[in-house]
Ligand binder design. Structure first.
Ligand code: ZN
Length: 627
């Protein structure tokens, strides 16, 4: 886990502290990249990070970012950046883009926030009875679902999303079963646009580029709405679009919209979702194991915290925009995936964002609050174990909420289900607000020279109190270490040489050399800082005595042999010396041996021994000096 840096570097803690400031919410802007090459994006990401920006939505060729105000021009000048847009953009025929640009479509939806009219003619149905309990899946089943050596979705993004967008390691404590435990941090989103090939069912639906763009745009708009509800959540999304029109992995012999969704049976989702997941590299096990494995692999490849798979079935030609059993949008509680139709029944593609956000919140354990969902105010779940208090069956004053009437509001009950509650009152939502820990290695308390502090730092996870059955709920932290704060006698040490230690990971060994201190007693302390701004309130401390540095013996040594044959040496006292060692060699270059160790500044030997003698001062720590 730890990495010894080839070159030493200096940590400027004032910079770290600034980077950990609470996220502000400037207006997002779009950064259009020169091309979709990973190297281009890596360059642009590094530049955006250097400007203090954060990526909110990442597509292969477009990044929607939040920059500190006044940096738009600087973003335009970054390597790899073709243009920067503050508003929606037209796709100019003079600047043709190769193939569909989902990122452009997404940005236009986010920039304008427009919501076209509904489909008309069909009354939109409530999103109740759309949260389904998945069957239990074991970790072994998820591992077995992968094709050996198979490529995972997300590989194409991989390392280049690290750094400015995401951290470089999975969240602390999460297993492959835990891909959507609470809604904060970086989320990978696989958008799978399923296309039929006519080999089993008659093919009646065919995706087009513009309708693919519409779907991705509406999904991004829904996710942007969720993100904006809680700036503390630091949500950011990495998208992978798999269009069955051009990508064989999302093609199946079934025409899903003609079938019942049949989520709990074997005639609908079980057929085509399993088929598509097999083509994506997950041929074994049930669809829940396969889908969870896809989510876990995408998270790993992207360096994100969570992942959700969204299957969208085309329904343009279908009369009611719904499956044969009337379903049109539903989600498996806690993930790993949700299913939607293009038309979203009477909601229409224009309001897909509204449907999407309701469904996605189910993947992070939000409850339905519709009376028709048979909700109760005593049922409870979610990372912070919240009761379903806004359920309209039992709460006559239930307020507007995205989970009750699909409205533009988020109630406190739903917030808690997602992890967005500050129960400990420290001003930060609990899932992100835990202070990191710092542990110092045992070290000598006598210090000669510059003090070296070594130890281990770790972010700390809030306790996962989710009681939802069928899977495990370990405690997980999406925080990453951002640096260390050093103090000597209670005073901050601004510059420390880090010999070992790399940030952006949840746990790390460190080794640091402090500036030399004046002789005497000192209290040294080191405390970890994380990327949310949490500080270790109880830093690792050690009481030490710093000793005077050894001064050189120089040419003060005198030697003589008296008339009685006594060989005598004397030398000047050295600063910092507690004793002196006398070495003897039989000849130059021969092995040396200690013939005396004395606190005195002289030594003599009665005898006839000959040889080459050297005196070295020794400090309180046992170190000696030979010049
Ligand atoms: Zn629902």
């Amino acid at each position: 886990m730890s990495r010894i840096l080839a070159a030493l570097f200096v940590v400027f803690l004032s910079v770290d502290a600034g980077a950990a400031a609470p996220p502000s919410s400037p207006r997002p802007l779009a950064v259009f990249l020169d091309d979709a090459a990973p190297a281009t994006r890596a360059k642009a990401l590094a530049g955006i990070h250097a400007l203090g920006g954060r990526v909110l939505h990442a597509f292969s060729d477009v990044l929607v970012v939040a920059l500190p105000d006044g940096n738009e021009l600087a973003a335009y000048r970054l390597a790899g950046v073709r243009e920067v847009a503050l508003n929606g953009v037209m796709l100019s025929p003079r600047r043709p883009r190769p193939g569909p640009s989902y990122g452009v479509a997404a940005w236009n939806a986010i920039a304008t926030g427009s919501r076209p009219a509904d489909r008309g003619g069909i009354e939109p149905g409530p999103l109740e009875d759309d949260a389904l309990t998945p069957p239990p899946v074991s970790l072994e089943a998820v591992r077995a679902a992968r094709r050996v050596g198979g490529a995972a979705q997300g590989d194409a993004h991989g390392a280049e999303v690290q750094g400015a967008l995401a951290a470089s390691s999975a969240p602390l404590g999460a297993t492959d079963l835990n891909t959507s435990e609470f809604l904060a941090g970086a989320v990978s989103v696989n958008i799978i646009l399923v296309e039929s090939d006519g080999s089993i069912d008659a093919s009646t639906e065919d995706w087009s580029v513009s309708r693919e763009n519409d779907v991705v745009a509406r999904i991004a708009l829904g996710l942007e709405w969720i993100r904006a509800q809680e700036p503390q959540s630091a949500l950011r999304f990495v998208y992978h679009v798999v269009p069955g029109r051009t990508d064989a992995r999302a093609r199946t012999g079934y025409e899903p919209i003609h079938r019942s969704a049949d989520p709990s049976g074997s005639t609908g989702e079980d057929r085509w979702v399993k088929d598509v997941l097999a083509k994506m590299g997950y041929p074994s096990g049930d669809r829940f194991a396969r889908s969870r494995a896809l989510a876990a692999d995408t998270r790993r490849a992207d360096g994100t915290d969570w992942a959700v798979n969204i299957f969208v079935v085309d329904s343009l030609a279908d009369a009611d925009g719904a499956f044969a059993d009337g379903r049109f949008a539903y989600c498996w509680i806690g993930g790993p995936h949700l299913v939607m139709t293009y038309d979203n029944q009477g909601w229409g593609i224009g309001r897909m964002d509204m449907v999407l956000r309701h469904e996605l919140l189910h993947a992070f354990y939000a409850f339905d609050e519709y009376a028709g969902s048979a909700c109760t105010c005593t049922e409870h779940r979610g990372y912070l174990d919240g009761a379903n208090l806004n359920c309209e069956t039992c709460n006559p004053t239930a307020g507007a909420c995205v989970m009750i009437a699909n409205g533009d509001a988020l109630c406190a009950a739903t917030r808690r289900h997602l992890g967005w509650a500050d129960l400990d009152g420290d001003g930060v939502i609990d899932v992100l607000g835990q202070d990191p820990d710092t542990f110092l290695d045992a070290m000598p308390t006598d210090i000669c020279g510059a003090p070296v502090l070594a130890g281990f730092a770790s972010v700390v996870a809030a306790t996962n109190r989710n009681t939802f059955g069928g899977t495990t709920h370990p405690s997980i932290s999406v925080n990453r270490l951002a640096g260390l704060e050093f103090r000597v006698d209670g005073v901050a040490v601004p510059q420390v040489q880090m010999d070992e230690g790399d940030w952006g990971v949840p746990q790390e060994r460190f080794r640091a050399t402090l500036p030399a201190l004046r002789p005497g007693s000192h209290v040294l302390a080191v405390g970890a800082l994380d990327d949310v701004g949490n500080r270790d309130p109880d830093p690792g401390t050690v009481d030490v005595v710093v000793h005077e540095a050894l001064t050189a013996l120089g040419d003060s040594v005198r030697a003589s042999r008296g008339g009685s044959g006594v060989f005598a040496m004397s030398w000047g006292a050295c600063g910092g010396a507690t004793r002196y060692r006398v070495y003897r060699r039989s000849s130059p270059g021969a092995a040396e041996s200690i013939v005396a160790e004395t606190a005195s500044t002289s030594w003599s030997e009665a005898g006839t021994a000959t040889g080459y003698f050297e005196v070295r001062p020794v400090d309180a720590c046992g170190g000696e000096r030979s010049d």
